[in-house]
Write a protein that binds this ligand. Structure first.
Ligand code: NAD
Ligand code: GLY
Length: 350
């Protein structure tokens, strides 16, 4: 069993242990207390793990309701958000009760935002079941829904009481969804830990506890330094300036991990051309991305990518932030004037 303590406006543990889903009720009782839990999940995860989660909560003495959304990003929207708030109201949940997010990043982001808003803040627990949620979205307190005009445009910083990561649940992930999460894993190696980058040359699945634990430790350090994303936390967006533009151009038919993989390669190659990192550094990143079966290129040209990148929330007035590696395990944020973004992206993809 591994456990990582997150220190932020609320301190909490990320417990990383095989089979721990069956003990979630007792852990939630100890950390969140209360008597009533709303399990928020999606239809796929519900069929696989809903019963075990509910049964553990009942054994711990909780009254339990379950709220299920259709799986996929299209459920992270205002309609499901309002549906969830109305459900919490109709079932008479109160501030001392708990919302438990059982699922991937979509469930976690939606449930967390509802927990932050209902009665101005209920107790919240994350039970991640995708690699992406385990290494990234369940930790650090970012919650959100998508608006018609863009991804994650409405949300709140809202930390959970505990994160319960049963990595045995990752065994049922389809390969492409597991691989998608690997993009965020590689990201941590590039931005913050050269030894971890080297370690990732071994298969992730065979070292899953170590991989999740190291990613969570690296995220812990960033969140402790900048919980509300006013500075260093921006480095977690490595690969995401171009990556989000790839996703948006595809109308979100290209997955987040694939977009980030392409973005990491493009942003590193542009950095190498600008002399910010070596050509070897950019080649090493591309080679690891390829080794995971992730894409290194997208079908979109620099014009199309620039246009979407400029509508992203990473833009601040006349500049847009791009994270660039300076070496493997190190990075910095470049604040590019918006009229320089096209040249940067073109350098990265040509
Ligand atoms: P997801 O939640 O849509 O899950 C992907 C798919 O896997 C879904 O179809 C789901 O039903 C299925 N699934 C989940 N667990 C499973 C399991 N154990 N076995 C089989 N199938 C399973 O997607 P995701 O990749 O986990 O998360 C993406 C979302 O996370 C995006 O909305 C993104 O914006 C958000 N995100 C948030 C943060 C943050 O800090 N809050 C960080 C990164 C990403
Ligand atoms: N996933 C980006 C962040 O947590 O800041």
């Amino acid at each position: 069993m591994g456990s990582v303590r997150i220190e932020s406006s609320k301190n909490y543990d990320v417990i990383i242990e095989k089979g721990i889903l069956d003990s979630c009720g007792g852990i939630i009782k100890t950390t969140a207390g209360g008597e009533f839990v709303c399990v928020v999940t999606d239809d796929t995860v519900d069929a696989l793990y809903g019963e075990r989660c509910v049964s553990s909560l009942l054994s711990a003495g909780y009254r339990v309701e379950k709220f299920t959304i259709p799986h996929g990003e299209q459920s992270k929207n205002a309609a499901q958000f309002i549906r969830l708030l109305n459900f919490l109201a109709e079932k008479r949940f109160t501030r001392t009760d708990t919302v438990a997010a059982l699922g991937g990043g979509v469930v976690g982001d939606l449930a967390g935002f509802a927990a932050a808003c209902f009665t101005r803040g209920m107790k919240f627990v994350q039970i991640p079941t995708t690699l992406l949620a385990a290494v990234d979205s369940s930790v650090g307190g970012k919650t959100a829904i998508d608006l018609d005009t863009g991804k994650n445009l409405a949300g709140a910083f809202y930390q959970p009481e505990v994160v319960i990561c049963d990595y045995a649940t990752l065994d049922t992930l389809p390969d492409e969804i597991f691989t998608d999460g690997c993009a965020e894993v590689v990201k941590y190696g590039v931005i913050a830990d050269a030894a971890f980058f080297e370690f990732l040359k071994q298969p992730v699945r065979e070292n899953i506890e170590k991989v999740i634990t190291r990613c969570v430790e690296l995220k812990r350090d960033v969140v402790a330094a900048d919980e509300f994303d006013n500075g260093i936390r921006f480095i977690l967006n490595y690969g995401h300036t171009v990556g989000h533009a790839v996703e948006a151009n595809s109308n979100f038919t290209i997955s987040h991990g694939s977009g980030v993989a392409v973005g990491m390669c493009a942003e590193a190659k542009a950095a190498a051309k600008l002399g910010i990192c070596s050509a070897d550094c950019a080649e090493q990143i591309e080679s690891l991305v390829r080794a995971y079966g992730l894409p290194t290129r997208s079908p979109y040209d620099a014009r199309a990518l620039t246009e979407k990148a400029l509508s992203d929330k990473k833009r601040r007035g006349g500049t847009i932030g791009v994270v660039v590696p300076t070496a493997i395990g190190q990075c910095r944020v470049e604040k590019l004037p918006v009229d320089k973004l096209y040249d940067f992206i073109r350098a990265g993809i040509e």
